[in-house]
Design a protein around this ligand. Structure first.
Ligand code: IVH
Length: 672
């Protein structure tokens, strides 16, 4: 590799320079929201740093931005004692209680002109970050307030947590504990849950649970895959710096490169604080993160000291809590809707109730296990909750309100739509009939939906009508509609123009890339991401259809359950026929090649043994990214065997067949 001439000192300089630049770009991108360079240029710097760090392991540093992608899994979390306890807050539930707080403060300070800092109360997870000489030494959860858990590896993956404090405007002190809230933006929460739903994994109830779950991952790579963020809000212990006010604390956090919440306010007297409370109560749904109230703090730190605390709660601060996005109502009936892959999805019909200004009539119940675990019965009074724009959920029943008339729900043994037998897999129940009309209808709706073939002008109601009229049974029938324009025109609500538009949308949908087609097929556990990975790895439909379950499982991010589902989908004659019909209709069955180098175009690789730095999956991905293919057994068609330490029988076979055997270094040379 070309850089052997680099002296150690030169390399160290370049590494330091790259680390500094990358962190600066991270800061501009994640904190200032004002990037200076393109993602591509950023990736280039990042890759160069990774390369150098690999070559010069002696300059390894936990502060390197490359460490943000998540290190090795850990056994467990060790305990950390906080130097200063992490307190909790007393609550005020309305304007009057905020005024009571102000009166107590004035009395304690013996004055009536008090300055406050009002902040949003972020609904996330409290953490404490210890910076020693400006470097993130460790970070911990709140725990019981005295002792928390060391989650440094996970916190390092959060881009808005500086690994080193910026010192351009303010020198870092010898020690400072920065406290604040780790949260998950609502948009990310919804996106992750949407994908999990598509892949039929359990959903997270709210962003806070998802953030907490992500922080407690023993494998930091999982944390790194969740776009967590951080707002700082107070100082714990510090050495080598004196702060006078809370406002100064927040402003110094900003100078050190933290993303201070922009909605903080410096106020005098309680009226302004109450206004702030009311304003944010109204505007809470306009933010991309959840807040459950505001926090009001006496600005001067000497006043804070003077006021002190009662047990675990400071007298100088209070949470102004918002009424929850929760409500109680009566659960009238539990119904089941059959999903496109045959899942039986239970939902609750509710007595209409207002939550956060919206009337709610239905709420999801997830699955049978959930209903049982929460012991939800028809006729129960239940607590329901709305989080952001997410579908409302039934949180739990209010058991004290039971009259004894409530009915335990007996989960159907047969599909409510077609009467076929129901099978159970994990927490889910499925209808076993592939011809089930409800499944077919839902699959059609999925096929035309936005992330899939995106056929505009073909909504759920129209599809239902087409199915009722016998115009469409399977997705392939959609592309035969052009010969049925007369029949469509005869339907209520269709005019020449709308039929023309519809046929045009159908035509346009043929341009959708292969992975969209794959996603549109509605294979169980194949969401958009999985579809994209499959399309990119196998390149075309025939390779995917011909792949064994093991070969599918070799794709990065694809586990045995997904592999099994994809493999068995293509074993069913009816499905093979459907894709053939779609191919004939002109849909794309081939992935566009990635823009990167195609140095390995058309070459077939087999992998064996343990490679020095790459896992097999990583090596496989690298090969596929450059146009090569990876197969599981050596044959005369194999071009290369990529072999590491302790190779298996494939090694002997390759030697017998005189197939070229490469090391990881040889592979890299080939790519260069
Ligand atoms: S100040 C003594 N400020 O609310 C002051 N807390 O019960 C301690 N929280 O667990 C906290 N946003 O995690 C403060 N702007 C904010 C906050 C905030 C959210 C959380 C915090 C704590 C809980 C208070």
């Amino acid at each position: 590799m070309g850089d052997k001439k680099h002296s150690d000192a030169q390399a160290k300089r370049e590494i330091d320079d790259l680390r500094y630049k990358i962190e600066r770009h991270n800061y501009r991108y994640y904190v200032l929201n004002d990037p200076e360079i393109s993602d591509l240029e950023f990736d280039k710097l990042f890759r160069r740093l990774q390369e150098l760090e690999e070559q010069y392991p002696q300059f390894d540093s936990p502060q390197s931005p490359t460490k943000r992608v998540g290190g090795e899994p850990q056994e467990g979390f060790s305990k950390v004692e906080h130097r200063v306890p992490m307190l909790s807050l007393g609550n005020a539930f309305d304007a009057r209680e905020l005024e009571d707080f102000h009166r107590r403060v004035c009395k304690g300070l013996e004055r009536d002109d008090v300055e406050y800092v009002s902040e949003l109360k972020i609904d996330g997870v409290a953490v404490s970050l210890s910076y020693e000489q400006g470097r993130l030494a460790y970070g911990a959860t709140r725990g019981n307030g005295q002792v928390g858990e060391d989650i440094t590896a996970n916190l390092r993956t959060i881009k808005t947590i500086p690994l080193r404090l910026r010192e351009e405007d303010l020198a870092a002190p010898s020690l400072v504990e920065v406290r604040g809230e780790v949260y998950l933006p609502l948009s990310a929460f919804e996106e992750i849950n949407r994908r999990r739903a598509e892949e039929e994994q359990n959903l997270f109830a709210n962003p806070r649970n998802m953030a907490a779950g992500s922080l407690r991952q023993l494998d930091p790579r999982i944390t790194a895959s969740r776009p967590l963020a951080f707002f700082p809000y107070s100082v714990g212990y510090s050495q080598g710096i004196e702060f006078e006010t809370q406002w100064e604390v927040l402003s110094d956090f900003g100078k050190w490169g933290f993303n201070v919440n922009p909605n903080i306010a410096l106020q005098t007297g309680i009226e302004e604080v109450v206004d702030y409370y009311r304003r944010w109560l109204e505007k809470r749904n306009s933010l991309d993160y959840e807040i459950d109230g505001i926090v009001v703090k006496v600005n001067r730190l000497d006043f804070q000291d003077q006021l002190g605390k009662v047990s675990r709660e400071p007298r100088w601060a209070i949470a102004g809590k918002f009424p929850g996005q929760e409500a109680t109502t009566k659960l009238l009936k539990i119904e089941i809707n059959v999903g496109r892959t045959g899942t039986l999805n239970p939902y609750a019909l509710l007595e209409p109730v207002q939550v956060g200004g919206v009337t709610i009539r239905q709420a999801t119940l997830h699955n049978e296990e959930d209903i049982r675990r929460k012991d939800i019965r028809e006729g129960d009074t239940v607590i329901i909750k709305r989080a952001g724009d997410v579908i409302p959920q039934v949180v739990k029943p209010v058991e004290g309100k039971r009259s004894g008339q409530e009915k335990e729900f007996s989960y159907p043994t047969h599909c409510p739509a077609c009467g076929s037998e129901v099978v159970r897999e994990g927490p889910m129940a499925y209808c076993t009939n592939r011809q089930c009309p409800a499944q077919r209808l839902e699959s059609l709706k999925h096929f035309v939906s936005r992330g899939a073939m995106d056929i505009r002008g073909l909504g759920g109601k129209t599809i239902e009508k087409f199915v009722q009229e016998g115009l469409v049974k399977s997705p392939a029938d959609l592309y035969r509609l052009k010969d049925k324009d007369e029949q469509i025109l005869a339907l209520e609500g269709f005019k020449d123009k709308s039929v023309e538009n519809l046929l045009q949308s159908l035509e346009q949908s043929k341009q959708r890339p292969f992975f969209r087609v794959l996603f549109a097929l509605g294979i169980r556990h194949v969401g958009e991401t999985v579809a994209e990975q499959l399309a990119q790895s196998f390149g075309d439909l025939d390779s995917l259809m011909g792949a064994s379950q093991e070969e599918i499982e070799e794709v990065e991010g694809i586990g045995p359950e997904i592999a099994k589902s994809v493999h068995s989908y293509f074993q069913v004659e009816e499905n093979r026929q459907l894709v053939e019909e779609l191919r004939r209709a002109g849909l794309s069955m081939e992935a566009e090649k990635l823009q990167r180098g195609n140095a390995l175009e058309g070459m077939k690789f087999v992998l064996t043994g343990t490679l020095p730095t790459l896992t097999r999956k990583e090596a496989g991905d690298l090969i596929k990214k450059h146009g090569g293919k990876v197969t599981s057994s050596v044959s005369s068609k194999t071009d290369y065997l990529l072999a590491g330490a302790d190779p298996g029988s494939k090694y002997d076979k390759a030697r017998q067949l005189e197939i070229a055997i490469l090391s990881e270094d040889d592979l890299r040379a080939l790519l260069d």
